[in-house]
Design a protein around this ligand. Structure first.
Ligand SMILES: [Zn+2]
Length: 155
């Protein structure tokens, strides 16, 4: 780390002799702070890939979601089935629903699931896990430590 800053300083001072070590150092530190803030707040929600095959709706990249959100695939599927009034099933990386489901509804459903089952309501961090106690679901935040109750049944 210190080595890197020195190396940057030397390179930079060769280009611009007016730049003081302090100015450069504070700029580097500022960049580091910004970078780590961005990383912790970011949750990459994949874009659902939905296609129709005959009278079926295939959610091609379903398995990316439980991985990204760190939730059980079965729970997420139960949620989708209830919201879509369907009986979709997992087939490899995909989920197959009977009937033609509106492709745009999947993105909205996933966003709602993230809001209700993943994001900490106290600090908005996505770094959470779920817990069950006496049949009630709780969201435990790994960032701020808050333990919040979950309203729905698909935690
Ligand atoms: Zn939190």
């Amino acid at each position: 780390m210190i080595k890197n800053i020195k190396a940057l300083f030397i390179t930079s001072s060769m280009v611009n002799v007016d730049k003081s070590y302090e100015t450069l150092l504070s700029r580097i530190q500022g960049d580091l702070v910004n970078a780590s803030k961005k990383d912790s707040a970011r949750l990459e929600i994949p874009k659902p890939q939905i296609i129709w095959v005959g009278q079926r709706t295939i959610f091609r990249n379903f398995m990316e979601f439980p991985k990204a959100l760190r939730r059980e695939p079965e729970k997420l599927l139960l949620y989708l089935n209830k919201e879509l009034a369907s009986a979709g099933y997992i087939a490899g990386e995909r989920v197959i629903f009977l009937g033609r489901k509106e492709p745009s509804s999947f993105g909205a459903l996933m966003e709602r699931y993230v809001q209700d089952y993943v994001i900490c309501p106290v600090c908005q961090s996505p770094d959470t896990r779920t817990e069950k106690a006496k049949k009630l679901g709780f969201l435990v935040c790994e960032a701020c430590g808050a333990r919040s109750s979950i309203k729905g049944n698909y935690a």
